[in-house]
Design a protein around this ligand. Structure first.
Ligand code: OSB
Ligand code: MG
Length: 369
């Protein structure tokens, strides 16, 4: 690409979250997200999204730190230039982590390339899957009864895998109740780092419920204790928070710290890294699936691209917008979603509703070449 980026806009938008979302790391009451709009000299536009939450409770990045990192360090590397995603990854490798912020720019660069060639993000990434099945991620509810109702509602909408959030005090009883009412469903739990190795015996009790996996039970930056825990469980451990780089993934595989991986493209900083994870997972015969962060449609397009790769065999946390929000930025769901799955066409980029963005904007920062 020789078409230079001449303008970058960081747009903080308040997403219309319908219900608080409670997990082992805390409660998300309001969800803002950072959208990134890049414009080239030829007038092409690329959209990206930084999935950081308002507070640094999932990983260390949050909306306010990402604004600073984008303005001071990452965007100056591309403004006035025409980098490819791989040049961008190389140029910014010296900045430690900042994966969610980096990913927003990389997505926008892929988006520009998709717009230039009139293809979809998943098509330019080389994904072969034509359909992506989705699962539901059900946050910690006030009661078991409400959890059962939410699961029934998701199943009624064609969703084929249920994930519930667990934490100490909200685990065995709720799982037992779900299994009693829904003996056959694909069921998994996500602890978001709320246990320690001392809870091993307690977590072993989950082994009797035929769970698809237990996601991130231990420390958010741990691999070693997860390897110890995995040896004591028949349920597969899945890592999320701990895997930020291709080296993390290789080490987790070598240490047998997990038997499934939740790939969040934003957490890995790059769709190129996601491709590399796909290659490693294929060699190790480790199933992958695409996770989510309550993102808007912009990030969902990048996540769908990841989920189209060969090893992403399990349902994704890529929910239709109305699962969490009262309205959406594009018509992605109308165009591609039906009854528990997305259909991936070769030529499709959603049109971004800029008046929706305008109406939900909290702050807009413009950088010019
Ligand atoms: O751990 O997968 C997680 C949401 C925010 C932060 C972390 C996680 C989640 C979810 C929601 O589980 C998944 C989704 O976007 O549907
Ligand atoms: Mg998770």
């Amino acid at each position: 690409m020789s078409d230079r980026v001449i303008q970058a806009e960081i747009i903080e938008v308040a997403l219309p979250l319908q219900h608080p979302f409670t997990t082992g790391f805390g409660t998300i009451r309001e969800r803002s997200t950072l959208l990134l709009k890049l414009t080239t000299a030829a007038g092409l536009v690329g959209w990206g999204e930084c999935a950081a939450l308002t507070e640094p409770i999932y990983l260390e990045e949050c909306i306010s730190t990402c604004k600073v990192i984008l303005q001071q360090f990452l965007l100056p590397e591309i403004i006035g230039q025409a980098p490819s995603p791989s040049t961008f990854r190389k140029k910014t490798a010296r900045f430690k982590r900042q994966n969610l912020a980096k990913f927003s720019i990389e997505t926008a660069l892929w988006w520009i390339e998709a717009a230039r060639t009139n293809r979809s993000l998943w098509h330019i990434l080389g994904g072969k899957r034509k359909k992506v099945k989705i699962g539901a991620s059900i946050s910690i509810q006030p009661t078991v009864e409400l959890t059962l109702q939410k699961i029934q509602a998701a199943l009624d909408q064609g969703i084929q895998r249920i994930k519930i959030k667990i934490q100490p005090g909200w685990d065995l009883d709720v799982v037992a109740a779900i299994r009693q009412q829904f003996p056959q469903i694909l069921l998994m739990v996500d602890a978001n780092s709320s246990y320690t190795l001392e809870d091993s015996q307690h977590l072993q009790k989950l082994d009797t419920y035929s769970l698809l996996m237990i996601e991130q039970p231990l420390g958010y930056d741990d691999i070693i204790d997860h390897a110890t825990l995995q040896k004591s469980l028949s349920t597969r451990v899945c890592l999320d928070e701990s895997l930020l780089t291709i080296e993390n993934v290789r080490q987790a595989i070598e240490l047998q710290a997990c038997r499934i991986i939740n790939v969040k493209p934003a957490r890995m900083a790059s769709l190129l890294t996601v491709q590399e994870v796909n290659t490693l997972a294929k060699k190790a015969q480790l199933p992958l699936w695409c996770g989510g962060m309550l993102e808007s449609d912009i990030a969902k397009c990048a996540n769908l691209a990841a989920a189209s790769l060969s090893e992403f065999s399990l349902p994704a946390d890529i929910s239709p917008a109305n699962t969490y929000y009262s309205s959406a930025i594009t018509h992605l769901d109308r165009d591609c979603y039906s009854h528990g799955e997305y259909t991936l066409r070769e030529r499709y980029l959603p049109e971004v509703n800029e008046s929706w963005i305008q109406a939900h904007t909290v702050e807009r920062i413009t950088l010019l070449a």
